[in-house]
Design a protein around this ligand. Structure first.
Ligand code: FDP
Length: 348
């Protein structure tokens, strides 16, 4: 390879920004493509602002810790949760792109009336997922999904959002780790971008990421062992007896899923006897992640049904989640719904 070619390749790579990649994916410069490209750019801007604040959080006053308030989920709100939520709203004000935003931190969708005549999309997001990690400088993430707004939603109930995960136009996450990464899909594969701080741009790192068909990592909060239903306990007992499995759990969904996407294996957040729907929210946590993982060749399930088929009955509905390499997910399902064909494997 000549120096000239290497130079050209480096330039090409550095120019493969997120917004350009969206246009390439859609193979069009029409209004829809321009809107989606601009939308992804705004999400990226929100990610950069959050990453910047996180990187200096330990040095600034009033950034870490709790606000003293409780969100709609009954969870204590952290100052960074509030900041991250507001950053997404600010990034979309006067954008003409989305009429509504719906997030974990807001009981009802947030309307941006000046965008509504033209903004045909809704952004669903979890602004700072895994926020128990934030005060100790461990990985956290933001999760997002874009859905088309159907109808005018004059009563403001956002009933059109209560549809299955196949209706997502795009979904992804931003991982705030040693580097900031953005992973997204528009239904044409799953693609990984890394924030180059010297450019202030997300640059394509991996196109069409493929999750391994199976993997040796299982990622679950085993502190809940005695709260689970027996089939999940049996699955984990089975794993304990197999050579080669490793447990990895950071307590932050985005990081744990990223590991599984890159290296294979399975992430589980099952329901408990007390809370059969588990902890994770469908519309802005489980469904976007399921969309991404399936676009990378993985599988996402509630244990009894494909995750993307679930129709929520309200905005903040929770769901059990079993997700990752297809073979690992199928194995967990075989414990939950044993059939004669898989009866031997589920013997523990
Ligand atoms: P958090 O409450 O810290 O925001 O979505 C909620 C979530 O984190 C996920 O990121 C994470 O996977 C899970 O909860 C961790 O819950 P447990 O502490 O119950 O394991």
């Amino acid at each position: 390879m000549t120096d000239y070619t290497a130079h050209e390749q480096a330039l090409d790579r550095d120019c493969l920004t997120l917004s350009r990649h969206v246009l390439q994916q859609l193979q069009s410069f029409d209004a829809d493509a321009q809107d989606l490209s601009a939308l992804m750019n705004r999400i990226a801007l929100a990610g950069k602002l959050i990453a910047r604040r996180l990187s200096r959080a330990g040095l600034m006053e009033g950034v870490l810790g709790f606000t003293g308030g409780v969100n709609i989920q009954g969870e204590d709100v952290k100052k960074m949760d509030v900041y991250a939520n507001e950053v997404f709203i600010a990034a979309f004000k006067q954008s003409g792109l989305v009429c509504r935003l719906a997030s974990e931190e807001m009981e009802k969708p947030y309307y941006i009336p000046e965008n509504c005549p033209i903004g045909r999309y809704t952004l669903l997001y979890d602004p700072l997922d895994g926020s128990s990690n934030v005060d100790i400088n461990l990985n956290v993430g933001s999760i997002f999904a874009i859905r088309r707004q159907e109808g005018t939603d004059l009563d403001g109930t956002a009933a059109d959002l209560l549809q299955n995960g196949h209706r997502q136009i795009a979904a992804g996450y931003i991982l705030y780790g040693p580097s900031t990464m953005l992973v997204y899909s528009m239904g044409k594969g799953t693609h990984v971008f890394v924030l180059d701080p010297s450019l202030g741009e997300f640059i394509l790192a991996i196109e069409n990421l493929q999750i391994p068909a199976s993997g040796s990592i299982y990622s679950v909060n085993e502190g809940n062992f005695w709260a689970w239903e027996e089939p999940i306990r049996n699955y984990v007992r089975h794993v304990h007896r197999q050579p080669g499995y490793s447990a990895r759990y950071s307590g932050a969904l985005v990081g744990d899923i990223h590991r599984i996407l890159m290296q294979g294996g399975v992430f589980l957040y099952p329901g408990t006897q007390k809370n059969p729907a588990g902890k994770l929210r469908l519309l802005y946590e489980a469904a976007p992640i399921a969309f991404l993982v399936e676009q990378a060749g993985g599988k996402a399930s509630t244990g009894t049904q494909p995750l993307l088929d679930v129709v929520p009955d309200h905005l903040h509905m929770r769901t059990p989640l079993i997700i990752g390499s297809p073979e690992n997910v199928a194995l967990v399902e075989s414990f939950i719904q044993p059939t004669p064909a898989n009866a031997t494997v589920t013997q523990v």
